[in-house]
Design a protein around this ligand. Structure first.
Ligand code: GLV
Ligand code: GLV
Length: 331
């Protein structure tokens, strides 16, 4: 094919692995050359002539952006969560939106479990003692936290990642509760998990892990009222998206010990400023959105996102599509 006849693809940030090469086999590719988030004005400008967009969760793909990208016929994001993209607007335009489930499930579940252990067992305070020189004599009740093994775990959102967390919890001898929009009898049987309503789960669980996707129905799902239902010794882990938890309510709950601790991979806002009250709390352990950040997983995500875009540009169905209904209604 002539170079000019090839579809034009915009890549908003250079992905790892062979992703760009894969795209280059079917398209003429422009990739933002700097290792930072592209400005929305430059992105809008580049997208005006693009047939395909390869983007990151830090890019805002809203209705206005789509209106200014008349040729766009496929979007592929290197992430499982696509809450930064106006899915309804994309679907209305007949644009499939690709995402990267499965490849990041185990890595993200590892992170969530790590945060649970770190927060419940007070790793941050322990680490701070070591580095500031206040590690004194061994103390029978020094830095005692809450157990993980043998306790009850509540999982909010039993998707792929939630199920992977449940499998880890089985190994820790935990009782596992879950809540989800619809009950999943198959998974209940397979994993031995028990369904609860959200408020039942919050009251009964020793620890709560949130792994639901962010949408209008889950925005501030964990609010002041929800936190008040949790046990005062409980740990809350957020490995979903920051806005699923009401930050102001969480600061209060951790300060007055309505709950015991929090382990966060995501925050609202994100990044969270270093002088934010949440960051100062000794019972809050935060890592900067690294849920899927292993070398192997990030390469797999990048290449899966490339596969999705290549498929769409070749007029095939995206193997992993966040708005599959786009294929039912057509463009
Ligand atoms: C990361 O948060 C993702 O959605 O892949
Ligand atoms: C993500 O892949 C999920 O379904 O939890």
């Amino acid at each position: 094919m002539e170079k000019s006849a090839l579809p034009q693809v915009v890549v908003t940030r250079r992905p790892p692995g062979k992703a760009v090469e894969m795209l280059g086999e079917v398209a003429s590719v422009w990739a933002f050359p700097k290792n930072r988030v592209i400005s929305s004005s430059e992105l809008a400008d580049r997208a005006r002539r693009a047939d395909g967009l390869y983007c990151m969760l830090t890019d805002r793909i809203d209705r206005r952006f789509l209106e200014n990208a008349p040729r766009l016929r496929a979007i592929s994001q290197m992430a499982v969560g696509v809450d930064n993209i106006d899915l309804a607007a994309a679907t209305a335009r007949g644009i499939p939106v690709g995402n990267t489930p499965d490849v990041l499930t185990e890595t993200t579940a590892d992170t969530a479990f790590g945060l649970l252990i770190a927060a419940a067992r007070r790793f941050r305070e322990g680490y701070e003692e070591v580095v500031d020189g206040s590690w004194g004599e061994w103390d029978p009740m020094g830095l005692v936290g809450q157990d993980i093994s043998g306790t009850t775990l509540g999982i909010v959102g039993l998707g792929r990642i939630g199920q992977a967390i449940a499998r880890r919890a089985v190994g820790f001898g935990m009782r596992i509760l879950y809540t989800k929009r619809s009950r999943d009898h198959q998974v209940e049987k397979e994993l031995g998990v028990e369904y609860r309503t959200l408020s039942e789960l919050l009251g009964e669980a020793d620890h709560v892990v949130v792994v639901t996707s962010l949408h209008a129905g889950t925005h501030h799902l964990i609010d002041r009222e929800a936190l008040a239902m949790m046990k005062p010794t409980a740990t809350l882990v957020n490995a979903a998206r920051g806005p699923v938890v009401d930050t102001e309510a969480l600061v209060e709950a951790l300060t007055d010990r309505t709950i015991g601790a929090a382990g966060l991979d995501v925050t609202d806002p994100e990044p969270i400023p270093a002088d934010h009250p949440l960051v100062a709390l000794p019972n809050c352990f935060i890592v900067p959105h690294i849920g899927s950040a292993s070398v192997r997983t990030r390469i797999r995500m990048a290449e899966r996102a490339a596969q999705n875009l290549v498929a769409a540009l070749e007029n095939r169905k995206m193997p992993y599509c966040a708005n599959p209904e786009v294929y039912d209604i057509g463009p």
